[in-house]
Design a protein around this ligand. Structure first.
Ligand SMILES: Nc1nc2c(c(=O)[nH]1)N(C=O)[C@@H](CNc1ccc(C(=O)N[C@@H](CCC(=O)O)C(=O)O)cc1)CN2
Ligand SMILES: Nc1ncnc2c1ncn2[C@@H]1O[C@H](COP(=O)(O)OP(=O)(O)OP(=O)(O)O)[C@@H](O)[C@H]1O
Length: 210
């Protein structure tokens, strides 16, 4: 198990490098245009139509952009929770209260400056929009490698909460296969600037909600 896990870990590292190199070549205009398109795609999701609360993230650099999306969700009256990175790589959460209430944090991140709601706050939302670097047709997702969102997905499962889980990606990051470790849990959909990709329950691995 440790043998195959470490080869999967090496594959994950290589894949992350490749995706980040492609993202690094995007211009600021590319990122801004994609962010607008991504906002349109997410806002049109029927899965989000009745959502009162959504957990999202504040994009930085060339990540799939969430700026226009965060503003639009807030305008809709949606309660938007944003992550705050904890020293052990778990995530705390605080409310999005406008771009002016975001502060520079470690590791190049922008985080909300308001009251912390606790790591379990994410179990009370209707939808979670996850950052990621790639996903495959089973819905398995590759993240930055700190395991932050693996913890979030595990926490959702453990609590029995069933929010929509959607990873935001660029189109080219939808792959036939991403390396899989035992702790990986699938998401339900991927949203890109071009469209929505729903992953069938038939491919769902053990541990997820029915
Ligand atoms: N915009 C954004 N916010 C997010 C995440 C994310 O991927 N994107 N996260 C997703 O989990 C969480 C923060 N987790 C992080 C974990 C590790 C590193 C990190 O190791 N950064 C490198 C430099 C940048 C990089 O490699 O991409 C470092 O500090 O060396 C950054 C964020 C919550 N907030
Ligand atoms: N539920 C969990 N609790 C604590 N640590 C975990 C959990 N799930 C995974 N991890 C740890 O997180 C580390 C990174 O895992 P992995 O490489 O799959 O990250 P990732 O999914 O790419 O990143 P992220 O979840 O941050 O987006 C691994 O060492 C793994 O053991």
């Amino acid at each position: 198990m440790s043998q195959s896990a470490s080869s999967e870990q090496r594959s994950k590292r290589e894949l992350r490098r490749g995706v980040l190199a492609v993202r690094a070549a995007l211009s600021a205009d590319d990122v801004a245009e994609s962010a607008r398109a991504l906002a349109r795609q997410v806002l049109e999701l029927p899965e989000l139509a009745g959502a009162a609360s959504v957990a999202a993230y504040v994009s930085v650099g060339t990540e799939p952009g969430t700026g226009p999306l965060l503003e639009a969700l807030r305008e809709r009256g949606v309660r938007v929770l944003l992550p705050v990175l904890l020293p052990d790589n778990d995530l705390d959460w605080a409310l999005f209260e406008g771009a002016g209430a975001l502060v520079r944090a470690g590791r190049g991140l922008l985080e909300p400056s308001g009251a912390r709601l606790g790591p379990d706050a994410v179990t009370g939302v209707d939808a979670v929009l996850l950052p990621g670097l790639a996903a495959d047709r089973r819905g398995l997702r590759l993240g930055r490698g700190a395991g932050c969102y693996d913890r979030v997905l595990a926490r959702l499962t453990a609590s029995g909460a069933g929010p929509v889980r959607a990873v935001l990606l660029y189109e080219g990051e939808l792959l036939a296969h991403v390396p899989e470790e035992e702790h990986d849990r699938p998401v339900g959909l991927a949203v890109t600037p071009r469209g929505v990709h729903r992953f069938g329950d038939v491919h769902r691995l053990g541990g997820g909600p029915a």
